[in-house]
Design a protein. Structure first.
Length: 134
């Protein structure tokens, strides 16, 4: 079997709007899920360019990030990366968000093609459950 002409694409994840601590945790957790490359974006222009320029197996979006149109970025990501697992994180997804806000957030997440909506702060068992699918 001659693989000299084969193109090997590294598994790569995109993290948008994460805090420094969340980014470190997610990088470690993604590495355990055999995703060695992770790009981090904190603004719209960078996130849009990364989505356009790279193929991703996973995208993780902070819905609470100030100054980001996370829903617009998620829509762009889902359209351009249909094979990727799309995760969103929000404080409103947890118990502090109230049942009505959680319900609306889940509805909107389903409409945008988000695979999972995770509470912030990140809960390792929840994150592991989804990243183990990669």
């Amino acid at each position: 079997l001659d693989l000299s002409g084969a193109i090997v694409v590294a598994r790569r994840a995109l993290v948008v709007g994460a805090s420094a601590d969340e980014a470190v945790y997610l990088k470690t957790r993604l590495a355990l899920a055999a995703v060695p490359a992770m790009d981090v974006a904190h603004d719209m222009a960078t996130a849009h360019a990364l989505i356009t320029d790279h193929q991703y197996c996973c995208g993780i979006f902070n819905l609470d990030a100030a100054g980001l149109d996370s829903w617009g970025l998620i829509g762009h990501f889902v359209r351009s990366q249909p094979q990727a697992l799309t995760l969103a994180v929000s404080e409103l997804a947890g118990p502090l968000g109230g049942w009505w806000r959680r319900r609306r957030l889940r509805r909107d997440a389903a409409r945008h093609g988000i695979g999972a909506l995770l509470p912030r702060p990140l809960q390792p068992p929840e994150v592991s459950r989804w990243l183990d699918l990669l």
